[in-house]
Design a protein around this ligand. Structure first.
Ligand SMILES: [Mg+2]
Length: 260
């Protein structure tokens, strides 16, 4: 039994008071603050499980490092720039197409920056991997008999490299990239198009993503069960949201009992 789902005035490292047998209160301590919302997913109400890939199942450290560190380093070498100026230029380029398919189109970026970003993905593929507990979560969903689909904004070339490295495709029924749908997930047009492609019932569907805008678009379309992945990178602290149920791992989604 959870005593309270929101406790104020406690140390950032103290996450919850839990009522334990024997009428004693126990302080649970974790190395970082986590949202105090106990959440139990009633899987009997869900047929389709839609999962984001990068930052939800796979460690987004790879993508952050790739686009914010390594590509600026290579671009600086190519153009004789300081690293900071190179990164600023690339960040401005990223923002110029944010929300459009070009944003994640690896062929587009190969042309625009003059560096083969697909080959560079392969070169760094040792950094691609699952987030902690993701494989166990996928196995759990398989045991529950759910139809599991990865819905990703990533480009098919990047998906292929990540699948080859992780075997992610063996855990799911299908992987749908945004180019098949015609839009990125944060766009309202994405969801009816994706629904036609997959044939899921929004009222009986679960969607998990680390991007707030993608979750908002899914919510506006009517996807009933929404979870935010707050721990998108193994190298960054959790970034929970207040307007969605945020989890820092998969444990709360596996159990019928609230778990912190
Ligand atoms: Mg993501």
């Amino acid at each position: 039994m959870i005593l309270s789902d929101r406790i104020t005035g406690v140390s950032a490292k103290t996450t919850a008071l839990v009522f334990v047998p024997g009428f004693r209160y126990t302080l649970l301590v974790t190395p970082y603050p986590v949202p105090l919302t106990p959440h139990v997913v009633d899987w009997s109400q869900i047929d389709d499980v839609l999962l984001d890939m990068d930052g939800t199942l796979l460690d987004r450290h790879f993508d952050n490092f790739f686009f914010e560190e390594e590509l600026p380093r290579r671009y600086a070498l190519l153009h004789g720039l300081q690293f900071t100026e190179s990164r600023d230029r690339l960040m401005a380029m990223y923002r110029s197409v944010e929300g459009e398919l070009a944003w994640t189109d690896l062929h587009y970026w190969t042309r625009r920056v003059g560096i083969d970003v697909v080959a560079l993905h392969r070169e760094l593929n040792h950094m691609i991997g699952f987030l902690l507990g993701a494989e166990e979560f996928l196995q759990h969903l398989h045991q529950l008999g759910k139809r599991v689909t990865i819905v990703t904004n990533a480009h098919e070339s990047g998906v292929a490299i990540k699948v080859a490295k992780t075997g992610l495709d063996r855990h799911v029924d299908r992987i749908v990239n945004a180019f098949e749908v015609g839009y990125l997930k944060m766009r309202p047009e994405y969801w009816p198009s994706c629904q036609r492609l997959l044939g899921f019932d929004p009222a009986r569907s679960f969607f998990m993503d680390d991007d707030e805008n993608c979750l908002t678009a899914a919510k506006e379309f009517g996807v009933a069960h929404l979870i935010h992945s707050a721990k998108s990178s193994s190298q960054l602290p959790p970034a929970p949201l207040t307007q969605f149920v945020s989890v820092t791992g998969f444990s709360p989604l596996l159990s019928r009992q609230p778990v912190f």
